[in-house]
Ligand binder design. Structure first.
Ligand SMILES: *Cc1c(COP(=O)(O)O)cnc(C)c1O
Length: 221
């Protein structure tokens, strides 16, 4: 199956209100171009180094999503063009994104990355940890960030009930945050969850953004 066929198949499977981010990490510019030529505009990368190499070689109307762990010292390399940062997972990173966006007079769209998998993982806020930050008033001074929602990754497993439980947890977190901290914010509306192996389960649990790589571009080497 070609990239075009893969994309067409996935687009038929996902509802119109769910954004499809084509995860192009490790894939060459030619593969991204092929997807672009079918009308795909949202692309996701997980490494700054790779993103800044590819971005200038591709059309300007691509909407780039940063989905991987982001080090504070690398924010400045992507802030001018990145569409949505999915992987905000610390108070320090929140402050740096705000500062760098401010320098460019940009309002940066961001998601809180939440740790939802029952397995251990290095990345993502623990729920209580994010609550501690939001209960302090200081985050409200970060005026160059627009909070759009949450992102999370389920455990990599065939155990579908477990995956659904984890996605359900992210949806619940999203609703609680909306109610308690983003009441007046219509922009706080996104739940980024679902990858090649679990996007159907994620959509069933209320995903608004799926991040799909392998099912579009094939296996990464
Ligand atoms: C690689 C990656 C994806 C896509 O994974 P596939 O299984 O290839 O669809 C989605 N989200 C994040 C954060 C990733 O790093």
């Amino acid at each position: 199956m070609s990239i075009r066929q893969n994309l067409e198949k996935i687009r038929q499977e996902i509802p119109d209100n769910v954004t499809l981010v084509a995860v192009s990490k490790t894939m060459p510019v030619s593969a991204i171009r092929e997807a672009y030529d079918t009308g795909q505009r949202h692309f996701g990368e997980n490494r700054v180094q790779e993103l800044i190499l590819k971005q200038p070689q591709l059309p300007d109307d691509i909407l780039w999503h940063m989905i991987g762990h982001l080090q504070t010292n690398k924010v400045k390399y992507i802030i001018s063009f990145v569409h949505l940062i999915h992987s905000v997972d610390s108070w320090k990173l929140m402050q740096v994104i705000d500062r760098e966006a401010g320098k460019l007079h940009k309002i940066q769209d961001c998601l809180f990355e939440m740790h939802i998998a029952e397995e251990e993982s290095k990345f993502g806020f623990a729920y209580e940890e994010l609550l501690d930050i939001l209960r302090e008033e200081e985050w409200k001074n970060l005026q160059n960030i627009r909070w759009r929602g949450v992102m999370g990754m389920a455990t990599f497993t065939d155990d579908i009930p477990r995956v659904k439980r984890e996605f359900g947890k992210l949806k619940e977190i999203f609703h609680t945050l909306s109610r308690d901290f983003f009441m007046q914010e219509d922009n706080f509306s996104e739940i980024s969850m679902g990858m090649s192996g679990d996007y159907q389960a994620a959509i069933a649990e209320g995903s608004t953004i799926v991040r799909i790589g392998t099912k579009i571009f094939g296996t990464r080497h």
